[in-house]
Ligand binder design. Structure first.
Ligand SMILES: [Zn+2]
Length: 81
C-alpha cells in the first residue's frame, strides 16, 4: 500500500478533474468547429428572396432550386472586391 496524505489525494483528484474538464472543453470546441465548417459548406442563400437552405451534399450539380421562390441558384465562392 502506498502511503499518501489526504491533502495530496485531494490535489490529485482536483488535478484529474481539471484535466477532464479541459479535455471535454477542447473536444467540444473541435466538434463545434467541424459542424460549423460543414454547415457553411452546404449552405446556400437565395439571391432573390435571401432564404438560407442546405443543398444536397451528394449532388454533383452546382445549381440548386430555392425551396421558397423556385429560383435556380448557383453556389459560387465569394469574389474579392
Ligand atoms: Zn428564393
Amino acid at each position: 500500500m502506498i502511503p499518501i496524505h489526504l491533502s495530496d489525494l485531494i490535489m490529485l483528484f482536483m488535478a484529474v478533474g481539471v484535466t477532464v474538464v479541459c479535455l471535454l472543453w477542447f473536444w467540444t470546441f473541435v466538434r463545434e468547429r467541424r459542424r460549423e465548417t460543414h454547415r457553411r459548406r452546404i449552405a446556400i442563400q437565395c439571391r432573390i428572396c435571401a432564404t438560407a437552405y442546405a443543398r444536397d451534399p451528394k449532388s454533383k450539380s452546382s445549381v440548386t432550386i430555392c425551396p421558397v421562390c423556385h429560383t435556380p441558384n448557383e453556389r459560387n465562392r465569394l469574389r474579392p472586391i
